[in-house]
Design a protein around this ligand. Structure first.
Ligand SMILES: [Mg+2]
Length: 412
């Protein structure tokens, strides 16, 4: 029996991963009755949304199929294809064990952080959909039950005149009045006309005044009709971030997002602890191991993991559990299709400290067409009671919007 490294990726190897699991992980995942299911295939296809969404399908010998989604990024479908032999033959009900199995098997190929974790996240989400269908329960039930029947969604807002405070306020008013949202986000790293050199991270006084004017104009317009957060995309120095946070304190924003890069934990902590403006961080960090340090050092007021990127549904739950020990709310970053958005809904339902889930596609026009069910209504998502994620891909819509060169799932 050959077990050299390359043969582990060979789906035609003489041994099965199930046999290897029995030797190395203590179980083959065998169960009784209808729960003795084996994974037979994993496939992906990419849809050309406002990001190239990577949809994942996990097939079984019981005919039950799980659908998941990985965050967009180069190499994600290739990594999922490479991991396929690690899950074929396994029981999809062992979600935690298979997740750790993939992390371990791909550890030399980057599974500590980065795009490999993203790829694993897509499989992990599909396993929740699959396990829910096998057990005939909604995915939130696999995570411990629910705290709420609907999840609040915040709308990431855009306008072509992103630097014009009045244009931002007009759009905020439109999204509240016409689309029904009571929670919004705008970009704050927009040009003010006062910039000399954006690479040095320093904000000039005119830039601070301009940003404060955007915040003031938007928050004064919507008043108590909506909570409003503002995103800075890791742009400023610690000193400038503190000046900005100080300048907008009086408007009591929902949160200020990523004013500095969180990679330097000490700077992040310094900024967060020196303002009462709530600071949200987390969308570019991976797994509980990275988010844990931000939370334990109280370098975040609100943690913002991206579920189909950070490690999947149970990893997000683990991050939320650590956050809850520090009384920190979770606002899930999300730029996904309805599939991972619904995965986030189930996690958001199952954790006590859930604040909201992002929606980043309101300008697309066909986001919700990708599934057969209604998803967002008046700024909220009803937590589904159907088995698994509770949403079904509309394959005609998937085919219509596939990335050029992609092929539809082969379900023959
Ligand atoms: Mg952001």
């Amino acid at each position: 029996m050959s077990r050299d490294y390359e043969s582990l990726h060979d789906p035609n190897a003489e041994y099965t991963m199930r046999e290897l699991s029995a030797e190395t992980m203590g179980t083959t995942g065998t169960r009784g009755g209808d729960r003795d299911v084996e994974i037979t295939d994993v496939q992906t296809t990419m849809v050309d949304g406002n990001f190239p969404w990577t949809l994942v399908r996990v097939y079984t010998d019981a005919g039950v199929v799980g659908t998941g989604e990985a965050y967009w990024g180069a190499g994600v479908p290739e990594l999922i294809e490479r991991m396929k032999p690690f899950v074929i033959g396994e029981n999809p009900l062992d979600i935690d064990r298979l997740y750790e199995h993939l992390i371990q098997k791909m550890s030399g190929e980057g599974s500590v952080e980065g795009v490999t974790v993203t790829a694993i996240s897509g499989i992990e989400v599909a396993l929740h959909d699959l396990a829910g269908k096998v057990l005939d329960v909604p995915a939130y039930q696999l995570l411990g039950g629910k705290y709420r029947d609907e999840m609040r969604v915040y709308c990431d807002c855009h306008t072509e005149e992103e630097a014009d405070p009045e244009a931002c306020a007009d759009e905020a008013e439109r999204v509240v009045d016409e689309l029904g949202y009571d929670a919004l986000k705008f970009d704050l790293d927009v040009p003010s006309g006062f910039e000399k050199d954006r690479a040095n991270r320093h904000l000039r006084p005119g830039e601070i005044r301009h940003k404060a004017e955007i915040v003031e104009t938007v928050t004064e317009r919507v008043k108590d009709e909506a909570d409003v957060s503002f995103d800075c995309h890791w742009t400023f120095s610690g000193g400038s971030a503190k000046r900005l946070a100080d300048a907008i304190e009086e408007y009591d924003v929902w949160w200020l997002e990523d004013p500095v890069p969180p990679e330097n934990l000490e700077v992040q902590e310094e900024v967060t602890k020196n303002t009462v403006t709530p600071i949200a961080v987390g969308e570019n960090r991976y797994r509980v191991t990275e988010l844990r340090r931000l939370i334990e050092n109280q370098a975040v007021d609100i943690v913002a993991p991206d579920l189909p990127k950070v490690g999947g549904m149970r990893e997000t739950r683990k991050i939320a559990d650590v956050a809850n020990q520090y009384y920190v709310p979770v606002a899930m970053h999300n730029v996904a299709s309805p599939i991972a958005t619904m995965a986030a809904t189930h996690v958001g339902a199952a954790i006590p400290n859930s604040l909201a889930i992002e929606y980043h596609s309101y300008e697309l026009g066909w986001w919700e067409d990708l599934v057969e069910e209604d998803v967002i209504e008046d700024g909220y998502i009803e937590v589904p009671e159907e088995p698994g994620l509770g949403v079904t891909l509309d394959m005609d819509a998937v085919e219509e919007h596939m990335v050029d060169g992609e092929t539809l799932f082969d379900e023959a």
